[in-house]
Design a protein around this ligand. Structure first.
Ligand SMILES: [Zn+2]
Length: 630
């Protein structure tokens, strides 16, 4: 499961609940008396006796996938490659075949794995700083800029009316930075009161500073970390960023000594400058740096890597004359490696350790394999597509690649069943998500549950942080199974020993029964588009407007590419659709998803805003009226 920023984590006694910031209200429960467990309790006495009589069908898969030899299965890594080879071997044992037209079970795809500096530099008056003294920011455009420099304080602009105190902080007030190199400090004023700091912090993200500089005509931005700030004088690390997109600006960071030297050309010692910005009037003006132009060269090398989805199928045995002859089952098998890429929640003392990902998501992968093994032994009225995704933890990259270039026509897939974190059942509770994607689901699930006896929690919302979201966007009726989060989520302590194999096997039986029932329906389930708000952009705190856009995180374009719009939402009402690229909203140019997130800050609920977008390369305009987030 993907960790989303904006997700709050609250601790109670010994479990950690990850609550989605905007969990929709459509959760209801169906309580069914658990007759099955009761019968076993009578027949076997204890769960231990049960385990002895019926060996688990999922345990060996989970233990293999969570083992150290796969090194946490980070997409694109050697561990992921070895894990994919293991999955291929297991699928062969089950008797599954490569998808029609394919020679083997591997579906490789490319993704942006990170970025590194390719030799950026800053030069002034015959001196050049590189390597240890100057480094590109990870979102910088590549290029060279030679221009006079202007110091613009912290480079923070708080949109008018967007702070409760209305103090309208603007580092650029009275400054002309057009075609200049802007120098800014990292972070925000140190000595401001807590309330002011809280407002400023929201606008101190480097992406936001870059956007503010670019929109005022600057050609480059140099960031320095002042002597009074955390990480004083240090270069800014290049971050891992799968939503890579240039910022439309050349941007670098420099060390303290370089910053000192550049500012000394204006006769301003950096410590005094920062002191006055921190403690004095926040409107203190920036200043031009006289003398020779500053030369900024930025070079970011974006590294492409290849990861591997694994896909196979079990052909229908009774012909597949149905209008939709395929049923798909899937789970992501990738995880976080040692936690240095992606979204590890490892505590300080467990950093760098292998993240085994037994629940997330060896459990779901094991469920899919065991499900295939079960269905392989019986007559089938549908082709069973078995998909094991990579790149889920990096933003659903693997399933998105599959849907973008589907080896099986998507409109021939009757349904997709997804399994993500299904190994830690508590109190017999099973959550089934995306139930709103078809009117057929609720009845079918509850009928199947009469024999299974779970305490079901049905959630309508398909916009989940797992691969089910991809199939929902592709208009395939879908479901996702989930046993809830826990204290070991995204930590090295998510180990195979903590998995509840008995209940994991029950989930396999439950899913098998659903697949059988699907084949018995007179008509394939119809797809319903669920209208639900989701987080847009990076999910920054404080964004309360709802636009109903679904950004595409995986594709690199200038602007915001929409992978869809939410049914009935403001974007759909404005006529926006999948494939449109938003390049401007409310007068703010949008170069990437970060700009878009920040632009949302100035939108007002109920107040129409002009949106400029590209459709098939043609520039168009519409008005969008943001709603309130529910
Ligand atoms: Zn995860």
């Amino acid at each position: 499961m993907v960790f989303r920023e904006g997700t709050t984590i609250t601790k109670d006694t010994n479990t950690v609940k990850v609550q989605k910031a905007h969990r929709p209200p459509g959760v209801f429960r169906a309580f069914v008396t658990n007759k099955r467990l009761l019968l076993f309790a009578v027949a076997c006495g204890t769960a231990h006796a049960l385990a002895q009589t019926a060996p688990s069908r999922t345990r060996a898969y989970v233990e293999a996938l969570a083992a150290d030899r796969f090194e946490g299965r980070l997409a694109g890594s050697n561990g992921e490659r070895l894990a994919s080879a293991y999955l291929v071997a297991e699928l062969q044992k089950i008797g599954a075949r490569p998808l029609p037209g394919r020679a083997d079970f591997l579906l490789p795809f490319d993704f942006t794995a990170g970025s590194r500096d390719g030799g950026s530099s800053v030069a002034l008056g015959g001196r050049t700083w590189t390597g240890a003294d100057a480094r590109a920011l990870s979102f910088s455009d590549n290029g060279d800029v030679s221009a006079p420099a202007v110091f613009a304080g912290y480079g923070i602009v708080v949109p008018v009316g967007n702070d409760a105190q209305n103090f309208g902080y603007d580092s650029y007030a009275g400054l002309d930075v057009k075609d200049k190199v802007v120098l800014v400090l990292r972070y925000f004023p140190e000595d401001a009161d807590q309330k002011t700091k809280a407002v400023l912090a929201r606008y101190s993200d480097l992406r936001y500073k870059a956007m503010a500089a670019r929109q005022r005509g600057a050609k480059a931005m140099i960031v320095m970390t002042g002597p009074r700030s955390p990480n004083a004088g240090e270069l800014i690390p290049m971050t891992f960023d799968t939503a890579l997109a240039g910022s439309g600006l050349v941007a670098v960071s420099v060390t303290g000594p370089v910053a000192k030297e550049i500012l000394s050309a204006a006769g301003k010692p950096i410590d005094e400058v920062q002191q006055s910005l921190d403690s004095g009037n926040p409107h203190i003006a920036g200043f031009a740096v006289p003398g020779a132009p500053v030369h900024v060269h930025a070079e970011v090398v974006r590294e492409k890597q290849t990861a591997r989805n694994v896909a196979a199928y079990l052909p229908a045995t009774n012909g597949a004359a149905a209008s939709k002859p395929w049923v798909a089952v899937g789970a992501h098998y990738d995880h976080l490696g040692r936690g240095d890429h992606g979204n590890s929640l490892a505590a300080q003392d467990e950093k760098g350790r292998i993240h085994s990902g037994a629940d997330d998501n060896a459990s779901g992968t094991a469920a899919v394999l065991a499900l295939a093994q079960t269905l392989a032994k019986e007559p089938r009225h549908r082709n069973l597509l078995i998909a094991l995704w990579s790149g889920e933890e990096l933003g659903l990259v693997g399933s998105s690649a599959f849907v973008a270039n589907p080896p099986v026509p998507l409109d021939q897939i009757e349904a997709y069943l997804n399994f993500d974190m299904v190994g830690r059942m508590q109190d017999n509770k099973l959550t089934v998500q995306a139930v709103g994607t078809s009117p057929a689901w609720a009845k079918l699930i509850e009928q199947t549950n009469v024999a299974a006896g779970f305490d079901l929690q049905l959630q309508q919302d398909p916009y989940q942080p797992t691969d089910v979201a991809t199939f929902n966007l592709a208009s395939v009726p879908c479901l996702s199974f989930f046993t809830g989060t826990h204290a070991d989520y995204h930590k090295p302590s998510d180990t195979a020993a903590k998995i509840d194999y008995e209940d994991l096997d029950r989930i396999v039986d439950f899913a098998a029964a659903i697949v059988r029932r699907l084949a018995g329906l007179d008509e394939a389930p119809s797809f319903t588009k669920v209208a639900q708000p989701i987080e847009t952009g990076a999910g920054r705190a404080g964004v309360r407007v709802f636009t109903g856009t679904i950004p595409d995180y995986a594709t690199e374009v200038k602007g915001l590419l929409l992978s869809g719009v939410i049914g009935g939402g403001p974007a759909e009402q404005a006529g926006l659709q999948k494939g449109d690229v938003i390049v401007e909203i409310a007068g703010q140019s949008i170069a990437n998803i970060y700009d878009y997130t920040y632009a949302l800050e100035v939108l007002k609920i109920g107040q129409p805003a002009k949106v400029v977008f590209l459709r098939n390369g043609v520039r168009k305009e519409t008005m969008l009226t943001p709603g309130a987030r529910k």
